[in-house]
Design a protein around this ligand. Structure first.
Ligand code: 2M8
Length: 520
């Protein structure tokens, strides 16, 4: 237990029945979202392959099938640009998603890939973190899985290095050690208050082509999504990228949004170290000018950049407005970037305590002690608006992963168990209302199901166990079934041991009924 953390926040292990139900349904969701060689981010709202979603999806699938997980990453790499950039969306087939290929008009860019339509911006570099976890598991299993995973690393090492090098050069031309992003979408946290000051300077011009949003048709309540005014700004930046012909230097000189993203930078540092580790282990990219040394240098530069961004008073890392030179003090989960890339043990301990303490996961209003996207104690916190406060299972996974890596397995396990408790209704929502626990956004979101599988497989850290796909849909868990399971055994993730009054109900979450819920 971390110092300063609330000892009453301990959550218990899921029961065997719950493990079976959850892993079965999570597997079913990923199967249903599987389109052959790639997985759609969600069946309705996001009917394409998203870049960082694919990384999380691959590590979830790997708990079941290493070859299929590797195919997911291989498929993503088919969209890589000649610059090394991995685009944020691969449009494998037509759909009603907006903005689609017609809006992105990537044909203006010489560097676009042949054979697949893509967007023209990128997302956080989570992929090598996923790959290293897949390799680790494949090695533990041995045999064909190990051989396939090692071959895949050999085959793709240069492609990952090119991706990281693109971020380290085209997106950090002055070697600040912070990756420059050109759109809030590149951070993965679209409407986070991290970007409010930047968006205040984005002014859509009248010559922007008109648009009709498609996303609102897929959510129960528009307030869960960014507003129309925000959306117009997103599309204006997209337009600016097209007009710069996707040339980063031209956009830097003419575009409205140029921000140093501390979370992307920390992920780049962590992923670069892992790539170097894999290269060393497999004897790839050797020599002074080789890929291993290049990766180490990228890791060092961006780790330094992240640590330099920390506000000594708050202990949180900050994004940098590269136009004004101003550090942005916003209490978002990105402030924990140093946990991901390490490099300062005292700061790691401070951030661990902060994360588990009353301003964050231990906040008295939270339904589950899971990482919120914005601190509930911050004036910017909004309970149900997208990246302005709700809990995103992938963020919780990242922080648990980081804590484990920093030698904090107990703290990591707390996040894991709380995360599983949150997902126990098996809706696998896109994100969660942090105060009520209500599911928000899209249902059957692939990366959420993937996180459940990974968290379940990690229940015996020394011996991660494979889970099995379900071949047919499971009945939704009803309150009656839940009561029966709860009565059958004391270990229940819905039960938060010794919850104090006012910290949310001590009983299991009830399944939510939403107008758009699919019939089962
Ligand atoms: C959300 O972003 C897309 C745009 O890329 C959208 O709102 O339409 C974000 O949550 C992003 O992080 C995520 O990768 C994507 C698909 O899940 O959805």
């Amino acid at each position: 237990m971390a110092r300063g953390a609330d000892p009453q926040m301990t959550v218990s292990q899921p029961s065997a029945v719950e493990i079976g139900l959850m892993s079965g349904r999570a597997g079913y969701v990923l199967r249903a979202n599987d389109r052959g060689a790639f997985t759609v981010a969600s069946p309705t709202l996001y009917p394409h392959m998203w870049s960082w979603d694919a990384g999380f999806v691959a590590l979830g699938i790997a708990t079941v099938s290493v070859p299929r997980a590797l195919d997911e990453l291989r498929s993503l790499l088919s969209g890589q640009w000649a610059t090394g950039m991995i685009p944020h969306i691969l449009f494998h087939s037509p759909s009603d998603y907006f903005p689609g290929p017609d809006r992105w008009r990537t044909q203006v860019a010489a560097a676009r890939p042949a054979g697949v339509l893509t967007s023209g911006i990128c997302q956080p570099p989570i992929h090598v973190i996923a790959l290293s976890r897949i390799l680790h598991d494949a090695r533990r299993r041995g045999g064909a899985d190990q051989q396939l995973a090692e071959e895949f690393v050999r085959e793709t090492f240069d492609a990952w290095l090119a991706w990281h090098s693109y971020l380290a050069t085209a997106r950090d031309p002055y070697s600040y050690g912070l990756v420059e992003i050109h759109h809030g979408w590149e951070s993965g946290m679209d409407d986070s208050p991290r970007w409010d000051s930047a968006y205040a300077n984005v002014h859509p011009q009248p010559d922007m082509p008109p648009f009709v949003r498609a996303d609102l048709a897929h959510v129960a309540d528009p307030s869960q999504r960014p507003s129309d005014a925000e959306y117009a700004k997103y599309l204006w930046l997209l337009e600016q990228k097209v007009r710069s012909r996707y040339d980063d230097a031209v956009y830097r000189a003419t575009g409205d949004f140029v921000m140093g993203d501390v979370l992307v930078s920390a992920l780049l540092a962590a992923a670069s170290d892992l790539l170097a580790d894999m290269g060393e282990e497999l004897g790839i990219g050797g020599g002074a000018a080789g890929g291993v040394e290049q990766s180490r240098a990228i890791a060092r530069r961006f780790r330094t950049g992240v640590l330099r961004s920390v506000n000594p008073e708050t202990g949180l890392a900050r994004d940098l407005d590269l136009r004004t030179g101003q550090w942005l003090d916003v209490e978002s989960a990105a402030g924990f970037a140093p946990l991901l890339c390490g490099g300062d043990d005292a700061l790691t301990r401070r951030q661990r305590d902060l994360l588990l303490g009353p301003r964050w996961c231990g906040h008295s209003r939270l339904r589950w002690p899971v990482v919120p996207s914005v601190s509930p104690a911050s004036p910017a916190f909004r309970e149900q608006t997208y990246w302005r406060g709700p809990q995103w299972p992938v963020l919780n996974w990242l922080m648990a992963w980081a804590l484990n890596r920093s030698g904090e397995p107990e703290a990591a396990n707390q996040l894991r168990l709380a995360g599983l408790s949150q997902l126990i209704d098996c809706d696998f929502a896109e994100y969660y209302q942090p105060v009520t626990g209500q599911t928000l956004g899209s249902r059957d979101q692939s990366w959420t199901a993937a996180i459940a599988l990974d968290f379940l497989a990690a229940r015996r850290p020394a011996q991660r166990r494979p889970v099995r796909w379900l071949t047919s849909e499971l009945p939704r868990i009803t309150p009656t079934q839940r009561a029966t399971h709860a009565a059958a055994g004391p270990a229940h993730p819905g039960h938060v041991a010794g919850r104090r009054p006012g910290h949310g109900p001590a009983t299991a979450p009830q399944p939510q009924v939403h107008p758009q819920q699919r019939p089962h």
